[in-house]
Design a protein around this ligand. Structure first.
Ligand code: 25A
Ligand code: L14
Length: 335
């Protein structure tokens, strides 16, 4: 008999919350009772889990009685306020927001990269930023075998990362544009349809955006290497699902591309799609619903044996959020 757990999903009606429910089901997580929590606005709504319909309840301080594992994805301020109640009730919180990620006593985990950190938790485990997760998967074998000195990344991020409202905005704006109607942006500072916005999250003092600084700081924390030099440019693109990244790395040892392809092929959670002759490479349209992070377009720098460029794509709602959180829960209960 496998032990079963009472699981709560906070933000269950959101873009990520829905994927958390779906992922628990797809991976057959040993759920005893599933509690779905959201704002008062969504209370009473029915959501599907396996063959059941579950009523969404309003999130309150008392929501976590009897809960073993609480998956949070309702924004940083909700996590800040309610995660402590969940911990006090004896639950382990796996938090998808940026709120706790850089706190020293909170492990920040990608299970294929730093699973051991899970077991140092004090009640809260943080799920990294979506763009960081897929990038560190591709970087881990490089760091282990070639020594990773420097990373320069540009992202092409889907609107679903911002949630349901942004998915609606891209749909409505696209049809408004084609119908020559006026549409005032509500979610993003500028029009996203048929456009690119080189800003994700707010700007910081140093000219980088908060999203870019998350990639820089979280990468160092997850990989336990404060010396890796990371530089990021994060761009929003008119894609619904799937973040893409152009990554340039500098290594200690010379790079052999065939050897690196082999390392990626063996690495859990990565799928190599790299066949220029057949015009095969990862694309966001092929990432939706897929658990693996896809890598391709690997080529050595024309100027250096110690540098290479490549391309990484993943479903931002799955490996970038819901799947990674459920995988953390799986590791947690395996012990
Ligand atoms: O602080 P951060 O870390 O920067 O995170 C900010 C936001 O980013 C998303 C997530 O949005 C989060 O709110 N997010 C965070 N991490 C992410 C990651 N790694 C990430 N996205 C991708 N990758 P979200 O849309 O996915 O989820 C929002 C959920 O939060 C619930 N919520 C909000 N306030 C709450 C709360 N829950 C409890 N208490 C509160 N006070 C929110 O639930 C949602 O589940 P809701 O009930 O308030 O609203 C969802 C309802 O609204 C409907 N709806 C939304 N948009 C539309 C709509 N209906 C029609 N048209 C629309 N355009 C939904 O159907 C639902 O009923
Ligand atoms: O820090 O708008 O987890 O795409 C994830 C997605 C913040 C914003 C996070 C987006 C975020 C974000």
């Amino acid at each position: 008999m496998t032990k079963k757990y009472n699981v709560a999903v906070v933000g269950a009606t959101g873009a990520v919350g829905q994927k958390m429910i779906e992922t628990l089901q797809r991976r057959n997580f040993p759920v005893n009772k599933l509690k779905l929590l959201a704002s008062a606005k969504s209370a009473g709504k029915m959501l599907n889990y396996k063959d059941e319909l579950i009523v969404v309840e309003e999130l309150t301080e008392a929501s976590f009685e009897g809960i073993n594992i609480a998956l949070f994805s309702a924004g940083g301020s909700i996590s800040e306020k309610y995660a402590p109640y969940a911990v006090d009730s004896g639950a382990v919180v796996i938090d998808n927001t940026s709120h706790f990620r850089m706190k020293e006593d909170v492990p920040l985990v990608v299970p294929e990269v730093n699973p051991e950190d899970i077991f140092t938790h004090q009640g809260i485990i943080a799920n990294p930023n979506c763009s960081t997760i897929q990038m560190v998967l591709s970087l881990k074998p490089i760091a282990d075998h070639l020594g990773l000195k420097k990373v320069v990344v540009s992202t092409y991020q889907a609107v679903s990362g911002t949630g349901k409202k942004a998915i609606e905005e891209l749909k409505e704006q696209s049809s408004a544009f084609l119908n020559k109607e006026k549409y005032t942006p509500k979610v993003y500072p500028h029009t996203i349809s048929f456009n690119l916005i080189p800003q994700i999250d707010v700007f910081e003092e140093n000219g980088f955006t908060k999203e870019e600084m998350k990639m820089i700081n979280e990468t160092k924390k997850i990989m336990h290497d404060a010396k890796i030099q990371v530089n990021a440019t994060c761009v929003r693109v008119p894609v619904f699902v799937g973040h893409s990244e152009s990554v340039y790395v500098e290594t200690e040892k010379p790079i052999n591309v065939e050897e690196l392809r082999g390392l990626w092929e063996k690495f859990e959670g990565l799928k190599l799609i790299d066949d220029p002759k057949e015009q095969l490479y990862p694309m966001p349209r092929n990432s939706e619903g897929v658990f693996d992070t896809m890598v391709g377009r690997l080529r050595k720098d024309v100027n250096s044996d110690h540098a290479a460029s490549f391309w990484v794509v993943a479903d931002n709602l799955l490996k970038g959020a819901a799947l990674n959180a459920v995988q953390i829960a799986e590791k947690l209960i395996s012990n």
